[in-house]
Design a protein around this ligand. Structure first.
Ligand code: THU
Length: 131
């Protein structure tokens, strides 16, 4: 598997494009496909607030829209004004989107600027809903 440090570096780079004038909270994500490609994403806010798209979902929707359906891992970083000083754990909606396309062993890699934590999707969204 691609080095998690490389995936985190791509998430940090993606965070630079965050459009977050309302919260000032920048988030970046880098999604690794089983075939080895990386799709990045940032959060995209809106004056009407609720249309806001998280970085994780931006990455997933870019990838799925390009025909990718199989994923290995996602790295996520974020912080106020782009200062990465704590772990940015995916919201519930993003966890549900991950569940749509990923298996239980899909890895979610978080970085607080110093240390890395990794969880399986099963750990972050147990007993999830699917049809
Ligand atoms: N946000 C993400 O992009 N990903 C997360 O996992 C948590 C929250 C964004 C949404 C919003 O633009 C900002 O962070 C503050 O909630």
């Amino acid at each position: 598997m691609m080095n998690s440090k490389i995936l985190i570096a791509k998430a940090v780079e993606a965070m630079e494009n965050s459009y977050s004038p309302y919260s000032g909270f920048k988030v970046g994500a880098a999604l690794l496909t089983k075939s080895g490609k990386v799709f990045t994403g940032c959060n995209i806010e809106n004056a009407s607030y609720s249309p806001t798209n998280c970085a994780e979902r931006t990455a997933f929707f870019k990838a799925v829209s390009d025909g990718e359906r199989e994923f290995t891992a996602i790295a996520v970083v974020g912080g106020k004004d782009g200062e990465i000083s704590s772990f940015c754990s995916p919201c519930g909606v993003c966890r549900q989107v991950m569940t749509e396309f990923c298996e239980k062993d899909f890895m979610i890699i978080l970085f607080d600027g110093k240390t890395t934590k990794a969880y399986t999707l099963e750990k972050l969204l147990p007993e999830s809903f699917s049809i």
